[in-house]
Design a protein around this ligand. Structure first.
Ligand SMILES: O=C(O)CCC(=O)C(=O)O
Ligand SMILES: [Fe+2]
Length: 364
């Protein structure tokens, strides 16, 4: 699939959820109408298409890096495994995570490369990586990460101002030079083994852990559960359009004004189901030491939202970004689930402990 230039179209007979289309070039130019559309997308669904972002070439290089990495022998990839302590950086083998409360195994493998390791290369900050990653660290990966950082920082700055926060508040909580869980991820999902009828989740229903995700998809498979519905709908990939979505940290900082929406990945629909599915994400996450709580002292708009929330406790997590992130990663690992199943009768408690804002029954 990396290098794949033609593939069967996304079928027109499956339900899709439309996303608003935001033009990055217009945002950069300060276009008020475009900023208003971004605000609508960020507050209503938390997902939007982004065009004119200028990162397609770098994304294509990253897909090549992903293919080179996944082609390594499993034994080699496992030397760079994430581990069981809640670190995200490194390799994740298929089946290492649960996709639901029952412990159904995920089917994707991915490689996560830390922003900090990329920027400090060749000095490792968090860990080392397979040779296929190291070989492209100073070229492909550095270019992709720097460009993605610029796009995400621009979007955060606009949301910062619309939230009535003092200039640069969110930027200082996502400072490039401070360590964070920010990372680039390349994901491979094999073609579905059971034929067309099998709808096994490749990545289970989740909200993203951090602030802002910048996603590049070619085949279908991503699904959202739109607010007020209980049905999954595909998000149709559009060539040249990235997909952006907000994570839990932004919901918490904004006192629920911004939305971190539930999504999952299933095998591509229709004729695409016979193909490997590759996707690529850059995740911007708050600096490790940032406390995940609503910024009520810095914005009257956020203070007002929290004062009207049914359960404002979800906006005072008492956890730093690093703790929140490690908790969610650790508890979705199937190995950690096995360890704890003696005490929690099958691991569903472990699963619940991995959840974010959208999974709280009392979420506002
Ligand atoms: O592969 C995709 O389309 C989405 C991946 C995703 O949701 C994630 O990695 O958090
Ligand atoms: Fe996600």
């Amino acid at each position: 699939m990396p290098g794949l230039t033609s593939f069967p179209p996304f079928p027109d007979n499956v339900p899709t959820h439309p996303l608003l289309i935001i033009d990055y070039a217009l945002l950069k130019a300060g276009d008020e109408a475009e900023i208003a559309t971004l605000w609508k997308a960020a507050t209503e669904l938390g997902f939007w298409y982004l065009k004119n972002h200028g990162v397609d070439e770098e994304a294509s290089g990253m897909f090549d890096m992903g293919a080179e990495t996944m082609a390594l022998p499993l034994e080699e990839k496992l030397k760079f495994e994430q581990g069981e302590e809640g670190m995200s950086f490194g390799y994740k083998a298929a089946g290492a995570n649960a996709t639901d409360e029952n412990g159904t195994l995920d089917t994707v493998e991915f490689i996560n490369v830390s922003k900090d390791d990329v920027l400090a290369f060749p000095t490792p900050i968090h860990r080392t990586y397979p040779s296929t990653v190291t070989a492209r660290m100073a070229s492909t990966i550095s270019l992709f990460v720097r460009k993605s950082l610029e796009v995400n920082d621009t979007l955060l700055e606009i949301l910062n101002d619309r939230l009535g926060l003092p200039k640069g508040t969110l930027a200082s909580m996502h400072a490039m030079e401070e360590t964070s869980g920010s990372e680039a991820r390349c994901i491979k999902n094999p073609p579905r083994p059971g034929g067309i009828s099998e709808e096994k989740a490749a990545i289970g229903a989740h909200t993203d852990f951090g602030s802002l995700s910048f996603l590049h998809n070619r085949l279908g498979g991503l699904q959202v559960m739109a607010p007020g519905t209980d049905k999954w709908q595909y998000v149709k990939p559009i060539p040249g359009h990235a997909i952006c979505n907000l994570g839990d940290a932004m919901t918490i900082f904004s006192g629920g004004i911004l939305r971190s929406n539930l999504h999952r990945v299933v095998p591509p629909p229709g004729a695409q189901s016979h193909l490997e599915r590759w996707s690529l994400v850059y995740f911007t996450r708050p600096s490790d030491s940032v406390l995940l709580e609503a910024l009520t002292d810095q914005s009257p708009m956020i203070a007002d939202a929290v004062s009207r929330a049914e359960n404002a406790s979800i906006f005072r997590t008492g956890q730093t970004s690093k703790e929140w992130f490690a908790r969610r990663i650790r508890n979705q690992r199937t190995k950690n689930r096995k360890v704890s199943c003696r005490v929690d009768r099958g691991g569903s408690e472990t699963w619940r402990a991995s959840r974010g804002t959208e999974h709280r029954p009392d979420a506002a």
